[in-house]
Design a protein around this ligand. Structure first.
Ligand SMILES: Nc1ncnc2c1ncn2[C@@H]1O[C@H](COP(=O)(O)OP(=O)(O)O)[C@@H](O)[C@H]1O
Ligand SMILES: [Mg+2]
Length: 291
């Protein structure tokens, strides 16, 4: 479900698992252990949230993915919802909800605070009651839970405070009333996110820029995807020496930019653009040189 029929502040609502949501989880290549850690944290909460609620220092079901833009945070969060939903399917379906953090601009005076309160006290609990498990994504949360100690930006600081307070109160409320709910938040700027929000997280995971081995793996994967459409690209998929050389040139690039390099390589020469089977190592090296 997307669009105008949704309550205020929601971008989309889906029932998972659903076959067309497969993909994002495998699409993102990260160092060993990161996906396992993320998935395990989500499964623990979704499966045993009710029991864990009795522990002191109650888990909030909040997980934060932090890192520079283009490192796969949004894609991984979407993939996590589907992968967790698949694992939990024998115990029932999962509702996956994406929040629009830009739906609550702080210039809207007290209105933002009221809307956020409605979101957490009415809208989300209502959806969370529909299926056994619920995953909520708040993408780019820095727009939403602004660090109160740093909030100025020309907006009324009192309103920023109130809106952030409303988010924190809302997360506490949702965690208590619907313990089989996970709230995933992503941020490009963790230093702009309120400290009290971060401290509620059961897990804050930093996605760094890819290291050399990961860059090579992303290039190999992207070339393999191309070879699925144009068989002539196949020899480049196995050229480990080429991937290593390119990885050195792409040091410091994010994952999005690395994938785009392959696209740029296809557009270095007109004959390759017309027939990608003609792609050569030199095209990739030229594209990497050009940045
Ligand atoms: N680690 C990665 N492995 C493979 N592809 C990546 C990686 N990081 C980014 N990408 C590519 O960049 C795209 C955008 O990533 P996105 O999830 O929007 O990043 P972010 O939310 O961190 O800005 C992804 O869909 C993917 O194609
Ligand atoms: Mg993103």
């Amino acid at each position: 479900m997307t669009g105008a029929r949704l309550p205020q502040g929601l971008l989309s609502v889906h029932a998972l698992p659903a076959d067309h949501h497969d993909g994002p989880w495998d699409h993102i290549l990260v160092p060993d252990g990161i996906k396992e850690r993320l998935l395990s944290q989500a499964l623990l909460r979704l499966r045993h949230g009710r029991a864990l609620r009795n522990l002191p220092g109650m888990p909030h079901g909040l997980m934060v993915l932090a890192g520079p833009p283009g490192t796969g945070k949004t894609t991984l969060a979407r993939g996590l919802a589907q992968t967790a939903a698949r694992a939990l399917a024998p115990a029932g379906a999962t509702t996956y909800i994406e929040i629009d953090p830009h739906a609550f601009p702080s210039e809207m005076l007290g209105q933002s605070q009221r809307n956020i309160t409605t979101l957490f006290t009415d809208t989300l609990p209502e959806f969370a009651a529909r299926r056994p498990h619920t995953v909520v994504l708040i993408d780019e949360v820095e727009a939403f839970a602004v660090r109160r100690s740093a909030a100025s930006f020309g907006s009324n600081p009192v309103d920023v405070h109130r809106a952030t307070d409303a988010v924190l109160a809302g997360i506490d409320l949702l965690a208590g009333s619907h313990p089989r709910t996970v709230v995933l938040a992503t941020t490009n700027f963790p230093e702009a996110v309120d400290e009290a929000f971060l401290s509620r997280a059961d897990l804050v995971l930093n996605l760094d820029l890819p290291d050399e081995a990961t860059i090579a793996a992303i290039l190999r994967r992207t070339l393999a995807e191309l070879a699925g459409m144009w068989e002539g690209v196949r020899p480049l998929v196995c050229d480990d020496g080429l991937h290593r050389k390119l990885a050195v040139r792409c040091a410091g690039w994010d994952g999005r930019r690395i994938r785009k390099l392959v696209l740029a390589a296809l557009a270095q020469r007109r004959e390759v653009a017309l027939d990608p089977n003609l792609l050569e190592a030199a095209d990739l090296l030229t594209a990497a040189e050009a940045g």
